[in-house]
Design a protein around this ligand. Structure first.
Ligand code: ADP
Ligand code: MG
Length: 139
């Protein structure tokens, strides 16, 4: 399934509330887009849509951050997949809830799919007035 949404910052909460039900309840969501596309901002809005009260920050944390309400956030910028595996993060993806990944590559996506993980991709592209969010799911 593929669906597109367009939103500025002001309407992002509403947009996230529309995107949220399209995502696998337990699965991995790849957030794709250039630097400053709005990946972390979308994580914040999605976490809020899920009722997460924790503050979502730009990931200055090391690779993985777990928020309440079943939301985990990963930033794999310059993190080789081998390191991700060595750190035991592959296992952590089996925890119930959303695993929202920034900078996860296609090799990781294909690997996870082949191992039975439910996945979705949100591609973010800047537009004149905000961002376009293209949501692709397996279903
Ligand atoms: N839908 C949107 N409309 C307008 N500005 C946005 C939108 N989403 C994010 N931004 C802005 O884009 C900038 C970069 O966002 P950020 O989430 O840090 O990007 P990334 O994590 O992809 O590097 C921030 O200033 C943020 O406020
Ligand atoms: Mg970011």
């Amino acid at each position: 399934m593929r669906k597109c949404f367009e939103s500025d910052l002001e309407h992002l909460e509403e947009t996230a509330a529309k995107i949220a039900p399209l995502l696998p309840e337990n699965g991995v969501v790849f957030l794709r887009g250039d630097l400053a596309a709005g990946k972390t901002t979308l994580v914040k809005a999605l976490a809020k849509a899920k009722g997460c009260a924790d503050e979502v920050t730009s990931p200055t944390f090391s690779i993985q951050q777990i928020y309440d309400g079943g939301v985990a956030h990963y930033d794999l910028y310059q993190c080789p997949n081998e390191k991700f595996v060595e750190m035991g993060l592959l296992e952590s993806l089996e925890a119930p809830g959303w695993h929202l990944i920034e900078w996860g590559d296609e090799a990781l996506e294909n690997f996870l799919k082949a191992h039975g993980f439910e996945t979705a991709v949100v591609t973010i592209v800047p537009t004149f007035s905000g961002r376009r969010y293209e949501v692709t799911t397996d279903a």
